[in-house]
Write a protein that binds this ligand. Structure first.
Ligand code: AMP
Length: 195
């Protein structure tokens, strides 16, 4: 399985992506986690990414494409993977398609779209900012990130819907119950239709 996690910031992509990775025994790669680690370590990548991240804007495509290219080339990603936080715009989705083709890998098989309403998103992000000290989970930045999601990332739903890949799951309620919904939905999606 080659899964893209899609949803607004705070929709649970990271949490559910981790659980799916364990369930299917495939690696998960998060560009947000990789960028935060780079910022913390003060690497050249981190230095270039920090200002955009703090402002709630997307970092330049080439920075995240490098992260994903490297990750998909690793041997453990050959038989499947989950990407969380990438792609964030149509240009990145096109690059992901061509990276896979270039590596001789099959294309994306599923897009898991976690649907959560905006009031709940804002509530979760502000709570996470307090609990985890994530510097981009503050009130001003949160509004930017939601606006960026709407303008840049939501169009990916159409991009992937055209290929019949999108599975929209209600991302509210108990974490385990959401996970069970995703797994059940993907199992149905994988069942071959009898001729
Ligand atoms: P996330 O943890 O996925 O919410 O990402 C945190 C921040 O990292 C985002 O607000 C962006 O500034 C940056 N970021 C993460 N992934 C990407 C991506 N695929 N393209 C551009 N910026 C990204």
């Amino acid at each position: 399985m080659r899964i893209v996690m899609l949803g607004a910031p705070g929709s649970g992509k990271g949490t559910q992506g981790d659980l799916l990775a364990r369930h299917y025994g495939i690696p998960k790669s998060s560009t947000g986690d990789a960028l935060r680690a780079a910022v913390k370590a003060g690497t050249p990548l981190g230095l270039k990414a920090k200002a955009a991240m703090d402002a709630g804007q997307l970092v330049a495509d080439e920075l995240v494409i490098g992260i994903i290219r490297e990750r998909l080339q690793a041997p453990d990603a050959r038989d499947g993977f989950i990407v969380d936080g990438f792609p964030r715009n149509v240009a990145q989705a096109e690059v992901l398609d061509s990276l896979l083709a270039g590596l001789g890998q099959p294309p994306i098989t599923h897009v898991v779209h976690l649907a959560v309403d905006e009031a709940e998103i804002v509530r979760r992000l502000l709570a996470r900012g307090v609990a985890e000290g994530r510097s981009d989970d503050n009130e001003a930045t949160v509004q930017n990130r939601i606006a960026v999601y709407r303008a840049e990332t939501q169009p990916l739903l159409d991009y992937y819907a055209g290929r019949g890949l999108v599975r929209t799951i209600a991302g509210v309620g108990d974490v385990a119950a959401i996970q069970a919904r995703i797994v059940a939905t993907l199992a149905v999606a994988e069942t071959p239709v009898a001729a």
